[in-house]
Ligand binder design. Structure first.
Ligand code: NAP
Ligand code: MG
Length: 411
């Protein structure tokens, strides 16, 4: 019932509270998730604050009297960017005037709990507007998806659970938005700035240990540059320092995977790739002997679309690579699109015309040209095909939390 201006004021204040607590939140996030402190400190938490600033703007600017908050919103999030995923969900919902029930992943609930404490202690939001429920997906998540008094559910996680949420939501036909998995291609043309492409492809897959829904996990490089690109990415893979996330002084650039379950899954995919005849160029090694789930950055060659680990989402630091042998853009696109997913892609070329033609042919919600994993709160993000439906960020995201009402007056 707050006015848009008041909502906006709360959200700006929240953004400032997050900045004030950023050191604490980034340490908590690294301890919980395992990712290097330099990433939580310089990437995750600053992006969280920016997301609240961005949505604070929207609530005051949306003056349309025909837009109404959708109501009580259930939000279920994963462990790969715990607080950032919470921000992507909470900020637009509050900006729209909804109330929120958020369920973080059991692996990483700490930062969302701390954020709620900070908000409660500050007295910024009226009581009951933001609620966090912890627990396992089946016990705490499924009831949100099926609850008759929840008007909307927003989910980020696996495609498998996304399908369960959709089914569970049918009882009261609540509105559903889904941000699911990916198997994003990085396509390198022979005219690309090859050094930039090597850097970009490497960070596209290795950022956040490959535990990123839009990770560029399938490299397609033109045969003229394939060797140079794969060797370059392999060199970078070798140089990445893997170690405990809190070891900033020793310069850990990649931490452990989030859990033993995830470790087993990623190692299993590497084994399945080898069994299917793929060749490991670098990495392929892993170690969980000291309680950390470390997997070294890995690059495979001799991979093709028939292999299980080329089709399924690995969600680890593992790149598969294929040669482009045909200059026809349609055939390149059909290889890149040969997946059930459609979240993102990157295209590497100096020719603006090639890059745009390719972008148009890729079935994905995000196409990056000469970059990968670039995000901005103003840019809508979401999937084609089984990567989900709806968009987060940008004004498109506000649509997820608003109903449009037409009131006609007979004067
Ligand atoms: P997940 O099982 O899809 O979990 C995501 C969230 O959904 C968690 O909060 C989870 O709770 C909850 N959940 C699980 N089962 C549920 C159910 N039946 N009803 C309602 N909520 C439920 O993902 P995960 O197990 O963490 O990871 C598995 C795979 O998902 C990964 O290997 C990766 O491929 C993919 N993934 C994708 C993204 C992405 O950003 N697109 C992010 C993370 C994972 P609990 O975990 O607390 O039980
Ligand atoms: Mg799970």
């Amino acid at each position: 019932k707050l006015s848009p201006f008041e909502r906006s004021k709360y959200l700006y204040a929240l953004a400032r509270m997050i900045q004030k607590n950023s050191r604490f939140l980034s340490v908590l996030e690294t301890i919980d998730n395992g990712k290097p402190i330099r990433e939580t400190r310089d990437i995750d938490i600053p992006l969280v604050a920016r997301h609240f600033y961005y949505h604070a703007g929207w609530s005051a600017k949306d003056t349309s009297s025909k837009n109404k908050p959708i109501g009580v919103v259930g939000q279920i999030i994963p462990w790969n960017f715990p607080l950032l995923m919470a921000a992507w969900k909470i900020a637009p919902a509050l900006a729209a005037g909804c109330t929120v029930i958020l369920k973080p992943a059991e692996q990483t609930p700490l930062s969302a709990l701390r954020l709620t404490e900070i908000i409660n202690d500050s007295g910024l939001l009226p009581k009951g507007v933001l609620n966090v429920i912890t627990g396992l997906g089946e016990e705490a998540g499924a009831p949100i998806a099926s609850h008759p008094d929840i008007d909307k559910v927003a989910f980020t996680g696996s495609t498998e659970v996304g399908k369960l949420i959709t089914k569970a939501s049918a009882g009261n036909l609540k509105k559903v938005t889904l941000e699911l998995g990916g198997k994003s291609p990085a396509i390198v043309f022979p005219d690309a700035d090859i050094d930039a492409a090597i850097q970009g492809v490497a960070s596209g897959i290795f950022f956040n240990h490959g535990q990123t829904c839009c990770a560029g996990s399938r490299l397609f490089a033109h045969e003229k540059v394939y060797d140079k690109v794969t060797e370059g990415v392999a060199e970078i893979a070798k140089s990445i320092k893997v170690g405990p996330g809190m070891n900033d002084k020793d310069g850990s650039q990649m931490g452990p995977l989030v859990s033993n379950e995830q470790y087993e899954k990623v190692v299993g995919y590497m084994e399945s790739g080898k069994q299917d005849g793929a060749e490991c160029l670098v990495g392929g090694t892993h170690d969980n002997s000291n309680g950390g789930h470390f997997v070294h950055p890995t690059v495979f060659s001799k991979t093709n679309a028939d292999m299980k680990f080329v089709q399924e989402e690995i969600f680890g630091p593992v790149l598969t690579t294929q040669k482009i042998t045909d200059d026809d853009l349609n055939s390149i696109a059909s290889e890149a699109n040969n997946t059930e997913f459609g979240l993102a892609a990157s295209v590497w070329s100096k020719d603006i015309s090639t890059a745009h033609k390719m972008a148009a042919k890729i079935k994905a919600g995000t196409v990056w040209i000469n970059c990968h994993n670039v995000f901005d709160s103003a840019l809508p993000f979401g999937g084609y095909k089984q990567s989900g439906n709806g968009r987060e960020m940008g004004f498109e995201c506000m649509d997820n939390y608003l109903e449009t009402k037409a009131v006609t007056v007979n004067l």
